[in-house]
Ligand binder design. Structure first.
Ligand code: A3P
Length: 287
């Protein structure tokens, strides 16, 4: 594990992506009021929401999402993960035109103060911890950047003990929860985007002040469906496509399938699902 991860201010990060120097340089980053920022723990659907936000930015610039001109514009920008890059990245970013798009996997205390002082708009994405953990387990066995695990039990023990990269998800949630009521932060859940993508995209666009026609809304929704993102993933995410676009579903669907396969009686199935639902509600209340 030590070969792949290093600790910075109490949290582990993959060495290949992060460095203490860049974390230090990040402190000088000056956020702007019109930045478009997505905050989310890895595996909570950050690539999905990134796609939606990039399309909305293209629309705000009078471009058609997915067209040549919008792709070129995206390519000219810095790698969107705020904390990944080199120490000069923030100097270069200060010269980029607005709106700048960025994603962060960091807890609020690890982010530059200007993000909160300058009232930059942040979309905070959260996902049921059970699905984040499941997705992370499969991810850790599909990429070389973080340690892999032979069994779910080994993984889950480390995940809960802050021994996996990006720290404990439950702590991440409770840290961000302190900021959730701020006017410039909009919280959205993976589950609500999945259930009603059109309404979610509309709400996100309103939050960032981007007007949308019905046609544009439909285009963004269509382009961000799990099927179309998975289909395009060779182009957008290369060899990581299969790991990043795995199932795109939630524990409930998964469980119904597992229970059906195991031929439980309907009564037993209802009981299990109700028990899980209670747990789900409890977790949401806790958040
Ligand atoms: P699963 O592994 O549960 O399938 P991140 O982008 O933050 O790494 O999150 C990855 C998770 O988001 C994966 O979850 C992936 O399948 C899911 N995901 C990616 N695109 C999606 C989409 N368009 N719709 C629903 N889920 C999506």
């Amino acid at each position: 594990r030590d070969q792949l991860l290093f600790s910075y201010k109490g949290i582990l990060y993959p060495r290949i992506l992060y460095s203490p120097e860049v974390f230090k340089a990040l402190e000088s980053f000056e956020a702007r009021r019109d930045d478009v920022i997505l905050a989310g723990y890895p595996k909570s659907g950050t690539n999905w929401l990134s796609q939606i936000l990039n399309d909305l930015i293209a629309i705000s610039q009078k471009k058609t999402p997915g067209s040549e001109s919008s792709v070129n514009a995206e390519e000219q920008e810095e790698f969107p993960y705020l904390e990944i890059g080199d120490s000069e990245k923030y100097e270069r970013m200060s010269k980029l035109p607005s709106p700048r798009f960025m994603v962060t996997n960091l807890c609020p205390e690890k982010l530059p103060k200007s993000l909160f002082q300058n009232n930059a708009k942040i979309l905070l994405l959260i996902r049921n911890p059970k699905d984040v953990a499941t997705s992370y387990y499969h991810f850790s066995n599909g990429v070389a950047t973080v340690p892999s695990y032979e069994t779910w039990d080994d993984f889950f023990t480390d995940f809960m003990a802050k021994k996996t990269a990006w720290g404990c998800y439950l702590e991440y949630l409770s840290e961000w929860n302190k900021y959730a009521d701020k006017e410039n932060i909009m919280t959205i859940t993976y589950e609500e985007v999945k259930e009603n993508p059109a309404l979610s995209v509309k709400n996100i666009a309103t939050f960032f002040g981007i007007p949308l026609t019905e046609e544009q809304l439909q285009l963004v929704v269509e382009r961000s469906s799990f099927q179309s993102m998975k289909k395009n993933s060779d182009k957008t995410h290369g060899s990581f496509g299969n790991v990043l676009f795995r199932k795109g579903t939630n524990w409930l669907e998964q469980m119904v399938k597992e229970l059906a396969d195991a031929k439980y009686t309907e009564e037993e199935m209802k009981e299990r699902i109700n028990a899980e639902k209670k747990l789900e509600t409890f977790q949401r209340l806790e958040f």
